[in-house]
Write a protein that binds this ligand. Sequence first.
Ligand code: DOR
Length: 456
Amino acid sequence: MRTLIRNATVVLPAGESVLDVVIEKGRIADIDPAAALPTDEVIDASGMHLLPGVVDDQVHFREPGLTHKEDLASASRACARGGVTTFLEMPNTNPTTTTCARLAEKLALASSKCCVNYGFYMGATLDNLEELQNATRTPGIKIFIGSSTGSLLVDDPDTLERIFAHTSLPITAHCEDEATVRANAARLGGGTDVADHSRIRDHAAARIATARAIDLSARHRHRFHVLHVSTADETELIGAAIATGGGLITGEACPHHLLFSTEDYARLGTLVQMNPSLKSPADRAALWRALGRGDLQVIATDHAPHTLQEKRQPYPASPSGLPAVENSLALMLNEAHAGRCTLRQVVHWMCDAPARTWDLVGKGRIEVGYDADLVLVDLAEKRTVRNAEQLTKSGWSPWDGVELTGWPVRTWVGGHTVYAQGRVDDSQRGSEAIYDHSRGGYWATGGHAETPFAGA
Ligand code: DOR
C-alpha cells in the first residue's frame, strides 16, 4: 500500500514548503516524488499543513488501577483525535511501574489496546535501584522528588544521590520540595480555598527541588529533564545550567502553565488545580520567554484525568491534574494563529524536541525513513472545545467553551489513518517506542540550531 499526500504545506526541519509526501510500509518513503509514481491512495491536502505527529512525553493514563478516570484505549483515542501519535506515560498507576516485570506488563497491555505509539517510564522508589539499572524498553527514570497523585516519592537525599550515581538511563522528575510543601500546608491549616494550592505548592517549593535536581545532574554528569516548569526562577536555573552544564539539562512547559495563571482560580476553581500549581501572570510570561530563548525545549501536557465529580470536591479533597491530550496541539496552533509563536516552533517544541530528548528512533520529523506518524492540520478551522465531545474517559476539559483556530483534521500512526473526518478509527495498533540512548539526547543531537527562535 502506497499513499500519496498531495499538495500539503509540509513542515520540515528546514522550513515549510508545498510538497507531496509518500507513505509506504509505515514509513515516509519519499518527499516530492516523481509525478508518475503509482499509488494506491491519494489524499488531496491542498490548503492544509502536514506536521510530524506530536510526541507527548508526559501523560498519566491511569491503567492499571484507576481506569474509572481513563484507560489506555480511551486515552489513545483522545491522542489520535488530538494529533498525538506517540505518548510516554508516567509510572504513578496502581500498581506503580517500578519493576521491570510491571514495565513489561504495561507494554503488553498497551500492545493490545493502543491505536497510537506508546512508551512507559520506570518509576523510582526508595529501594528499586537494581530495577532501574536493569530496565530497558523505557525512555528513562521518573522520580517524584515531591509527591503528587499516588504514592511515589523519593525525597531522601541519599537515595537521590544513589539513583543519579548508579543508573545510566536519562532521568526526569516532578520537582516540588516536599518539606516546603508540607510546611506551607501546615501553616495554612491544609488550605480551604483552591487559591491556597499555589501558596502551598509555592515558588520556593519548585525552585528548591529543581535546583537540587540540577545539582545532582551536574555532579553525576547525568542527563536530566525538568518536567512541567512553572516559575520564572526555574527557567533561570535551567538557562544557567544549559549555559554552563555541557548538554545535560532540558526542560518542559505545559499548556496549562502557558495559558492559565493564579487569576484563573476565580473562574475555574479546582478544575485548574494541578501540581506544580499555577503561578502568577509574570511566571507565565517567563515560561514563554524561556521557550522563545530555547531554555525550555519541550511542550507536553501532563494529561492527568480525574472525573468531574472528583474535581468538584471542595479543596483540598479535590485531586490535582487535568486532561489535555486531545486539545494540546490545537491550543498551540491557536497560539501560533494569534502570533504568539510560529508553527515551526510548535513543531519543534511538541514533536522534534521531545523525540530527541528521549532518543526516540524514527519520530518527531518529516524526513525520508522516519515513521509515517503524521498529522494534517487546518490552520483556519475554528472550533470550540466542548466537554460533551471529549474522548478522554474523564469527559471534560478546562478549555470547555473556548474557540480555537487551527485543528488536526487527519492523523496517521505508522501509515494507518487513526483519525479523519471527525472520527477515530482504533482498529489498528500502534507500536512500542524504540529508544537509542547512545544518541545522547537533545543537546547531543544539535540542540535547537535549526529552529528559527528569533522573533518569537
Ligand atoms: O497535577 C498533577 N496530576 N500533577 C502530576 O504531576 C501528577 C498528576 C496526576 O497523576 O494526577
